[in-house]
Design a binder for this molecule. Structure first.
Ligand SMILES: [Zn+2]
Length: 250
């Protein structure tokens, strides 16, 4: 049975589980991440693999043809600038018998959802996944158990220019509550900063707005299925860690 957490309950969860932002990693929004697994990483569907999908979608929309190897290498070089020489490409699996434990990656690679992830086909996404997972600098996190989310938290900063020093953990282990967490504004800032580096040497520079559009579309497709019927909240956190929240229509 799905237990309903009230708005007040969500507010208590967020105050208790505020996480200091750590910008040198990007993990999936999956609610099964423990605090130790996600820390304050930028949370987006699919982790770095999901972000690669957004860049690949933008490239295809703009008519720039790169091989999956070139896309992953460009992305890796881009994150290396920020994360340093020990940079990793983050993604996850789980300990169940799913073929692929990340719902975002699994859906995007499934023929059933073909066409719902933008211009990329499911076979193109499969090729990207093979190249991504074979990259020597990946970091794989294995999540435990089955899905069981109580809702979705979309995290925002106070303004487009102020830094966003917080995220929210996915789990309150004492209260057994779990949320999908998506750091919308931190993901946008990442895209804005990463796109010029990603584009170096390309005839046509990638437009960050195209990456954001693909990111949002891909997020909506996955959340539309995995988070169907769950309560969704926009949480705006200011640099002092105070926040405001608003429940979104279902
Ligand atoms: Zn995932």
């Amino acid at each position: 049975m799905v237990k309903k957490i009230t708005k007040k309950g969500v507010e208590e969860f967020v105050s208790k589980e505020l996480a200091k932002a750590v910008n040198d990693r990007m993990h999936c929004m999956d609610e099964r991440y423990t605090k130790e697994q996600s820390e304050g990483a930028v949370r987006v569907p699919g982790g770095d693999f999901g972000m690669v999908m957004a860049f690949a979608g933008a490239l295809k929309d703009e008519g720039t043809q790169l091989t999956p190897e070139e896309i992953i290498e460009r992305y890796f070089k881009t994150v290396k600038r920020k994360r340093g020489d020990n940079a990793k490409l983050y993604y996850h699996d789980d300990d169940s018998d799913h073929e692929i434990g990340c719902g975002h990656a699994a859906m995007a690679m499934s023929q059933k959802y073909d066409g719902l992830y933008g211009s990329l086909t499911y076979t193109e996404i499969r090729q990207l996944y093979v190249v991504f997972t074979n990259h020597p600098n990946t970091s794989l996190t294995t999540l435990k158990g089955e899905h069981g989310s109580d809702g979705v938290l979309f995290i925002h900063g106070e303004s487009a220019v102020s830094p966003i020093p917080y995220s929210v953990h996915s789990q309150d282990e004492e209260r057994k509550e779990k949320f999908f967490v998506v750091d919308i504004d931190r993901a946008y800032r990442f895209i804005d900063k990463a796109t010029p580096h990603f584009s170096v040497g390309l005839q046509k520079f990638v437009n960050a707005e195209d990456v954001k559009r693909n990111f949002l579309l891909q997020l909506k497709t996955t959340a539309g299925v995995l988070a169907a019927g769950l309560s969704k909240y926009d949480i705006v956190i200011n640099p002092q860690g105070n926040f405001q929240m608003e429940q979104l229509p279902n």
